[in-house]
Design a protein around this ligand. Structure first.
Ligand code: CTP
Ligand code: MG
Length: 238
């Protein structure tokens, strides 16, 4: 029997967006006329590799979600939202705990990345199906310095430096084990790969698109707006 490979996407949207400083949680801030979260959900749902899309929301976000869900009937892969936690890792854990038993792989994505392309989602999921763990990342252009107390401690070769993006995709069992070890070690990773690396498991890097930015502050929101507008013009010209 061929084992079933069902892939669920957790779209993490439970952060407050303090650095953006908007009048509402970041995931519900509009860019190009729609909430960041809506862009992210639709991009993942448009990937042929994703079977199910699950939003992970803040505990006070149910009313805002109710409004957003009215615009969502086109997303057939959408599941009911899960409520996240205080840290990104807690939100991921809440989503992971809610996955059905038949889910073999999980793609963790930031709601704050509205520009990911369905084709890049396809590629990183396919890599994770082969290798067990894979993330999107882009080569950095600047030389990266490790700095402590205002002093450079190391200059890693630039050709080996990448900026991690999402989605980050794993066999469900690997991410569960990584989370258990992180809890034991008191480690809070800034992404999923960090806690999977700590298991000694190799994580495959799939080169992504620099346009898959994370909206962190107000400048990023303007950039996302421009990139989305450019994309619409591009498709109108086709
Ligand atoms: N996130 C989450 N649960 C948390 C913290 C973050 O689901 N407890 C999500 C955010 O909603 C976001 C993604 O993780 O989509 C990346 O985090 P970040 O960009 O830091 O977003 P915020 O934490 O919302 O922003 P800030 O740190 O500025 O408050
Ligand atoms: Mg944050």
């Amino acid at each position: 029997m061929v084992p079933s490979m069902s892939v669920a996407a957790l779209v993490l949207a439970a952060g407050r967006g303090e650095r953006l400083g908007a009048d509402r949680p970041k995931a519900f801030v509009q860019v190009a006329g729609r909430a960041l979260l809506l862009h992210a959900l639709e991009a993942l749902a448009a990937s042929q590799e994703i079977d199910q899309v699950i939003p992970v929301l803040g505990q006070n976000d149910r009313p805002a979600w109710g409004e957003l869900a009215l615009q969502l009937d086109s997303i057939s892969k959408l599941s009911d939202p899960i409520i996240g936690g205080a840290e990104r890792q807690d939100s991921m854990a809440a989503g992971l705990a809610a996955l059905a038993a038949d889910v073999s792989h999980v793609a963790v994505h930031d709601a704050a990345r509205p520009l990911v392309s369905p084709a890049d989602v396809d590629r990183v999921v396919q890599a994770a199906k082969r290798a067990g763990a894979a993330i999107l990342a882009v080569p950095v252009r600047d030389t990266i310095k490790r700095v402590r107390a205002g002093r450079i401690v190391e200059t890693p070769p630039r050709s080996e430096c990448f900026a991690a993006q999402t989605p980050q995709v794993f066999e469900v069992g690997i991410l569960r084990e990584a989370l258990a070890k992180a809890a034991l070690d008191g480690r809070i990773g800034t992404d999923e790969a960090e806690i999977v690396e700590a298991l000694g498991i190799e994580v495959c890097v799939v080169e992504g698109d620099p346009g898959n930015i994370k909206v962190t502050d107000a400048d990023d929101l303007l950039l996302a707006e421009r990139l989305l507008a450019g994309r619409r013009e591009g498709s109108a010209a086709e």
